[in-house]
Every structure is written in C-alpha cells, then in structure tokens.
Design a protein around this ligand. Structure first.
Ligand code: GLN
Length: 490
C-alpha cells in the first residue's frame, strides 16, 4: 500500500519500526505535491529543508537516540502560522516577502515532537473567507471536484489532506475555517476550545475568536496532533492552564449513556435537503452506539452570523492597522507619507480585507460603537448562555457543519452574504469559545462530501474526539478518497 493512503498514526508506527525511513516518507509526499499542486494550488510554498530534517531524524533513530512521538511525520501548516525562516504570507500580498524570525508555539512543539513541515498551505487572505478564493496566490481547488471550492479559510490545508499531498495539516478557525473546509473536503477538522492551543505566532485576524487546530482524515489523528499542540503557553496571554487531557486514551471509551442534543431549527430552515438526510441518518448511528438523542433549543444562534460579522471585522480592523508599510511588509511607492500609507494599504490588501477593515472601523467609531459592537457583544453573551443551558441537559450538540456541499469556484464571489451564510452553523462555537469538530458522513448523490458537526463543553475536546472516533469505527465515510486524476462536478 502506498504511503499516501495511510493514516498518520500508521505512518508513525512504520517509522518507529524502521519499515519506512523518514526520508522516504517525506520524499513521497514532496513528490505528490510536485505532481498535484499544479492542479490543486493547495500549497503556497514548499519547505526546502524538509528532506534534510528527515535525514537527520533517520540518523538519530539509527543512533538509538530518543525521538518525539511524531518523528519523521510530514505535516502541512496553514500559511497564517509563523515558521521561522520560511515565507508566511497569510495569503496576502502584504506579507508576500515576510519570513518570520521565530516559530509559532505550535510549530515549535510539532518540531520538537519530530514532525517535518513540508510546506505552507493556501488560505483566504488573513483568514477572511469561506472558499480560499480570497488568496493573493489564487484559489485552491477541491480534490473531490476541481471546479469547486475546498472551503475556507483553511482550504489549502483541507485540500492537501483530502488529496493526500500531506498526511495531516494544521489550520486555524475564527468562524469555521477548520470545520467548514473539512466538511467540504471530506476530512476531520477540530476547532479546540479558545485558550487550549497557543495562538502565539498565529497571524491575528480576530483575536477573541481565532483558534489553531488539527485537520486530518480521522479523529484519532486529530487526537494525536492535539496531544502535541495543546497546553499552556506563557507567550499567549489567553492560554489556559487547565490540565491537558489524555486525548488518545479517551478515544476508546464507548458512547453508552452519552446525551446528544439536536437543534430542530438547524435541520430545517435553509438546509440543503440532501445534507439534512445524511445528517439525520447519522443520528441513528449515534443511537446505535448507545447515545441518547434529545431535542434542545438555541434561540439566539439565529443571530450568530450578524454578531460575528460585526465582532470579527472590528477586531480585524484593529489587528490589521499594523500593516502600514513602515516597519515591515509590503510598501508602495509614494511621494509623501500619507500617500505611502494610502497606497500601501490600498495595493497590499485585497478587496475582502479592505471591506472588513472599513466595516470594522465604522462599527467601532464614536457614535456607532454602542449600536454595533456593544450590541453584537451582548448577542455573543446570549449565545454563550444558550450553550451553558444546553450543556446542562446534554453532553454534545450535533448538527450539520455547513448548509450545503462545496459550491462552485466563482459562485459566491460577487455575493458576500451568500458566502457568509456558509458559516451559519460554525460561528457560534467561536463566539462562545467552545470546541467543535466536523467529521465526514455519507456524501451527496453526486459524490460531494458532507460534514457533521459536534460541539462540546469548553475544554472537553476529548469527548468530541471520542464521539467522532466511535462514529468512525462504526462508519467508513472518512476512508473515502477522491479519484485520481481529479474530476470536476457540474
Ligand atoms: N468564513 C469566516 C470569515 O470569513 C470564517 C473565517 C475563519 O474562520 N478564519 O470570517
């Protein structure tokens, strides 16, 4: 069986037993990138030192030196996360030439566990988008149908895992950017609890919502990555000191007695009928696994999109003020200072980013702050209260990850509202700071992946991983691969 068909935990076992060398493994995935990235555009840059790193891991192994739990495993990192000495663009012209002098904490942790970063993945500019079409480096294609979007903003990470150009990847999720592309590309994506994975070295979009997390084929691989990347980091002031769970151990516990809540309205209004059917079918799988399904109410989640699209642009307008062409990043030509600022920000940012900076600046301006930002913050609190009440009755909340399957490239680029609605089921978890996971269920009749979302209590990602893992033992949807050569889907 070829290496690219194997899951990361199996690859790690083969590396440990010496059946495969790290060098061969890394080379295998680099070859796949070489052959397929032209079609998918999943990577913005490829690491030049990956083979060298793999060779040194092989040498250490040969010498009998102790190695980390991911030693020799290739991994792809979203391009909004800093890797020292490698281009880190956040999908923007603004950062086209930026190469950070330091590693993000999660990169440091992955490296010390022995993972080999093979490249940086494509994304919507500054993580603003739901389709990866807002990247300065061009859109990424969905390997299931190359005329369709992979979702966004972590579309490159999702497409490279689905297309087996990397065994696993890391993404970030501010309003759904791990789960929505995971759903569109038929993989598993976990947005951890806010504060459980360090954000140090993640290029900020909306700091109170941003979270880094794993994008993998299976829940087991996500648990493996979480066991490396989660945990307190003194360099992130919002990092939590709560003890990290044993994610791998809890996977195996059965689901009997687990209480799962379903929000009736989430399965009705605006949901594609095929997505509805497949999500409903998977509810019976959870019943067979011993879970009890209960209907719950989340009355304020209908306002989540409205609140999110005020709060996120407000925070972005403040975070992106640093890109002024003065200290670093792109600088446009100009005759005086004001013109330099104007041209730099005018030419360096794409349209969506400019739109959000303007929206956020407006909503925060004197006289409008109370009407927009403050009001959105109140809605955010009410959504959090909905979750607090729901989690007194149930342990997990189940529903669709996205209202539709992957849409066509270009389909929503002129209609921001339609694009924003792709996040309707995902943004609430970010607003409340809770963890959520997307796992593949039965695909649509035209073969496009569909994702099921499970949301859990803060710091209980181990329950999400356990439920997702048990579901994946009972089903095989997560094992499906897009056929090669890639197809299109009308
Ligand atoms: N699609 C959402 C947005 O455009 C979420 C993006 C994200 O999670 N980074 O803001």
């Amino acid at each position: 069986m070829t290496l690219s068909a194997l899951n990361a935990d199996v690859i790690v076992d083969k590396l440990n037993t010496g059946e495969v060398t790290a060098t061969d493994c890394v080379q295998h995935f680099l070859d796949r990138i070489q052959s397929h990235n032209g079609d998918l555009n999943a990577f913005i840059s490829i690491s030049e030192s990956a083979v060298e790193q793999a060779e040194s891991i092989d040498q250490l192994r040969k010498a009998g030196k102790p190695l980390g739990c991911l030693a020799g495993l290739p991994i792809a990192i979203k391009d909004g996360i800093c890797v020292a000495g490698q281009p880190t663009t956040a999908g923007s012209k603004m950062l086209e030439k930026f190469s950070p002098p330091y590693d993000a904490t999660i990169v440091e942790k992955l490296k010390s566990a022995g993972a080999v970063i093979i490249g940086k993945t494509n994304m919507d500019e500054f993580a603003m988008g739901s389709s990866t079409e807002n990247s300065f480096f061009g859109p990424t294609a969905n390997p299931w149908a190359t005329n369709r979007v992979p979702g966004g903003s972590s579309g490159g990470s999702a497409a490279c895992v689905a297309g087996r150009l990397a065994p696993v990847a890391i993404g970030s999720d501010t309003g759904g950017s791990i789960r929505q592309p995971a759903s569109f590309c038929g993989i598993t994506g976990l947005k951890p609890t806010y504060g459980s994975v360090s954000r140090y070295g993640l290029i900020a979009f909306a700091s109170s919502l941003d979270q880094i997390g794993p994008m993998t084929r299976t829940a087991k691989e996500s648990a493996l990555l979480m066991s490396v990347i989660a945990g307190f980091d003194p360099r992130d002031s919002t990092s939590s000191k709560i003890q990290v769970a044993d994610f791998l151990k809890s996977l195996e516990s059965p689901l009997s007695g687990l209480r799962i809540g379903v929000v009736r309205e989430h399965l009705d209004e605006g949901l594609d009928s095929e997505v509805n059917t497949k999500i409903t079918d998977s509810i019976s799988v959870f019943k067979q696994l011993g879970a009890n399904i209960e209907e719950i109410e989340m009355p304020h989640t209908k306002s989540a999109i409205a609140a999110y699209y005020i709060i996120a642009p407000c925070e972005a307008s403040s975070n992106l003020a640093r890109y002024d062409g003065v200290r670093y990043t792109f600088r446009a030509q100009a005759d005086d200072l004001e013109e330099m600022y104007r041209n730099t920000r005018g030419q360096g940012f794409g349209d969506e980013v400019k739109q959000r900076i303007m929206l956020g600046t407006y909503a925060l301006s004197s006289g409008y702050y109370e009407a927009y930002y403050l009001k959105a913050s109140k809605v955010r609190r009410m959504i959090k209260q909905d979750y607090d009440e729901a989690f007194q009755k149930v342990d997990l909340i189940l529903g669709p990850t996205t209202p539709t399957t992957a849409f066509k490239l270009g389909q929503h680029t002129q209609d921001p509202l339609a694009m924003y609605l792709a996040d309707i089921y995902t943004v609430s978890a970010n607003l409340a700071g809770i963890p959520a996971i997307s796992v593949p269920v039965e695909p649509s009749s035209n073969g496009l992946p569909i994702g099921l979302q499970l949301q859990g209590r803060a710091y209980e990602e181990s329950s999400l991983l356990q439920a997702a893992h048990q579901f994946q033992i009972a089903t095989s949807w997560h094992t499906a691969n897009p056929s090669e050569p890639w197809r299109t889907q009308s």
